[in-house]
Every structure is written in structure tokens, then in C-alpha cells.
Design a protein around this ligand. Structure first.
Ligand SMILES: Cc1cc2nc3c(=O)[nH]c(=O)nc-3n(C[C@H](O)[C@H](O)[C@H](O)COP(=O)(O)OP(=O)(O)OC[C@H]3O[C@@H](n4cnc5c(N)ncnc54)[C@H](O)[C@@H]3O)c2cc1C
Length: 286
């Protein structure tokens, strides 16, 4: 049986990050001394969260919604998530003040397959809020320098819509970070290009000494699928391409069936999938 009782978390602080989006920092609240061992076990699960996994954020009397970690829980229980305001849960979250208590359960799902990623030539492609699940993996790879070559491509509809600017600026000091701005309103000197991440791929691929061995994709499904197809056509092995998929989900623990896809559940078999595996599950336009 899964324990669906949320752990108490405190909203520590936040800042606006792009249009209708905020980067939030939370802290798992310390269990009281003498608290039951099940509470300690929940905390241990959080401490072992992996990049690419997600959690359910629980707002009492409002509802729950899934979000990926942009920063995994540290020893003090602090973690971060970038949230775009969409509807009920996220609007209620944006009303909260620092210090308020809410709930979270997880971590859930399969994270990025780090054993397949490290010490390879790596291309990371994120679109909009979809860069969020990639932040942890890029931070880790850049900090530990365990790649042979690495590039990040980030796509946004407009300059105003760009998210995770401090993170992208920091990565830029170690690796090339190219920004695709769809409306073509470019900021001089900021490594910006007009178009979508898919438009940039031919140029990006030509910068790799031997082509990327691993590609991590997250963002709008149409962008990810177009990018994956272009990459395969350009010679990148299907088995090296991984995507993070979003679906409406409720329980997060393969029970409610909302994210069921043939014999897979996005919540627990995903949200990260290898491209050759995923293709068999999602109908695609030609
Ligand atoms: C595994 C996973 C990880 C996610 N990580 C993040 C993250 O890091 N940051 C972030 O901002 N968002 C993330 N999302 C999306 C986020 O969960 C939804 O935006 C959130 O559930 C909206 O809740 P709400 O109650 O505010 O909106 P609702 O009131 O439920 O919906 C408002 C509108 O948004 C649409 N909508 C809601 N959820 C989705 C969805 N998953 N796909 C398409 N349309 C949707 C609804 O159809 C409706 O039109 C993630 C989703 C999944 C499945």
C-alpha cells in the first residue's frame, strides 16, 4: 500500500521567474522528537530523490498537482520547484506567503538515467517551463564536469517568457547555452537565436565533435517529438534520446489510471522515457 499522506512542508521564499512563473523554495518540516518511524522513513525517501523525479504538491482544501524538482532536497530538507500558474492549485500556491505550511508527497517516478548520461557527449534541450526537470541534471553535470562535451538549447516564445535565467547564465560560464526565441526579439550578446530549439538543431549538431551520444529533452510534446525525429534522422542513436513526458495525473502511484498509456503509467514508469520505448506508446502524426 502506498502512503498518500502528505508530509508537511514550509514555503520558505520565492521569486518571479519569467511570465506567470515563480521559483519556489520549500523545506520539509522536521519531525518532532519521538515521532513515529514511518515519518522518518518518508523523510529518508525525500533525501534519496533523484533528478527528473517529481512530487505532488498538496494545498489543503484546494487540491494536488505534480511538479519536478529544480533542486533536490538537501540534508536540511530544502528543495526548489519552478511553477507556472495554470489553474486551481497553482493559483492558490501563488497566493501563499513565505512561512505558510502546505503538504507534499513523493518523490515519484523514474528520474533521468544518470548512469547512461555521465561521461558522454550530452545535448540538453528544454522548452519553456520544460527546462525545470533538466535543471538538476545540468547543475550536477556542470558541477562535476562529467561530460566529454555538453551543450544546452533553451527555447522560449519571447524574451519575457524566458525562465531560469540565473541558472542559464551560470551554465554559460562552463558550457555553451543557446537560447532560441520564437518571436525573434533578440537581446544582443546573449547567445540568442530566432526560432525554436528544433530550428537550431542543425547548427548545434555541427558543433559536436562526434555528435551527441545522449540527448535529454523536456518541454512541449510537439517540440520534443520534432526534435527527437530530427536527431534520429541526423544519426543520433534512438537509444541515446530521453524525454520527460507530462500528463494529467492524480495519484502519482499507478493507481488512479489518469496517466495510463497502454501498459505503462507515466507517473511510475516515467515521466522520463527513452525515445525508442516511448514511440510505441504515443500515436504520432507523420
Ligand atoms: C510529472 C509532471 C511534472 C511536472 N512538472 C512541472 C513543473 O516542474 N513546473 C510546472 O509549472 N508544471 C509542471 N507540471 C505541470 C503541472 O502539474 C500542471 O501545470 C498543474 O497540474 C496545473 O494544476 P492547476 O490545478 O493549477 O491547474 P488545473 O486547474 O488543473 O488546470 C488548468 C488548465 O491547465 C491544463 N493542465 C493542467 N495540467 C496539465 C498538464 N499536465 N498538461 C496539460 N495541460 C494541463 C488544464 O487542462 C486546464 O486547462 C508537471 C506535470 C507532470 C505530469
Amino acid at each position: 500500500m502506498h502512503n498518500l499522506t502528505p508530509a508537511a512542508i514550509r514555503l520558505i521564499d520565492f521569486y518571479d521567474d519569467g511570465e506567470h512563473a515563480r521559483h519556489f523554495r520549500f523545506q520539509l518540516m522536521n519531525p518532532d522528537p519521538g515521532v513515529s518511524s514511518s515519518v522518518t522513513a518518508v523523510r529518508n525517501d525525500w533525501m534519496q530523490a533523484k533528478t527528473g523525479q517529481f512530487f505532488m504538491l498538496c494545498l489543503p482544501a484546494v487540491g494536488e498537482a505534480p511538479f519536478t524538482f529544480t533542486e533536490l532536497p538537501d540534508q536540511q530538507g530544502y528543495f526548489r520547484a519552478l511553477v507556472r500558474k495554470m489553474g486551481q492549485v497553482t493559483s492558490a500556491l501563488f497566493q501563499l506567503k513565505a512561512g505558510q505550511i502546505l503538504g507534499a508527497r513523493g518523490p515519484y517516478g523514474e528520474g533521468w538515467p544518470m548512469d547512461q548520461v555521465i561521461n558522454k557527449s550530452i545535448l540538453v534541450v528544454g522548452g519553456g517551463c520544460g527546462l525545470a526537470p533538466l535543471v538538476g541534471v545540468v547543475n550536477q553535470l556542470v558541477a562535476q564536469k562529467n561530460y566529454t562535451q555538453m551543450m544546452v538549447v533553451y527555447g522560449a516564445r519571447s524574451r519575457q517568457a524566458r525562465m531560469l535565467t540565473p541558472e542559464r547564465r551560470q551554465w554559460q560560464q562552463a558550457i555553451p547555452v543557446l537560447n532560441a526565441i520564437e518571436d525573434g526579439d533578440l537581446e544582443p550578446g546573449q547567445h540568442e537565436f530566432s526560432g525554436t530549439p528544433v530550428d537550431l538543431l542543425p547548427m548545434v549538431l555541427s558543433q559536436f565533435h562526434q555528435g551527441p551520444e545522449v540527448v535529454l529533452l523536456a518541454g512541449p510534446q510537439a517540440m520534443m517529438f520534432a526534435a527527437a525525429k530530427h536527431l534520429v534522422t541526423s544519426g543520433v542513436p534512438e537509444q541515446g534520446i530521453y524525454l520527460s513526458i507530462e500528463r494529467r495525473m492524480h495519484c502519482g502511484v499507478r493507481t488512479c489510471g489518469h496517466c495510463y498509456l497502454k501498459d505503462k503509467y507515466i507517473c511510475s514508469d516515467g515521466p522520463t522515457f527513452r525515445w525508442d520505448v516511448l514511440q510505441a506508446y504515443i500515436p504520432q502524426s507523420p
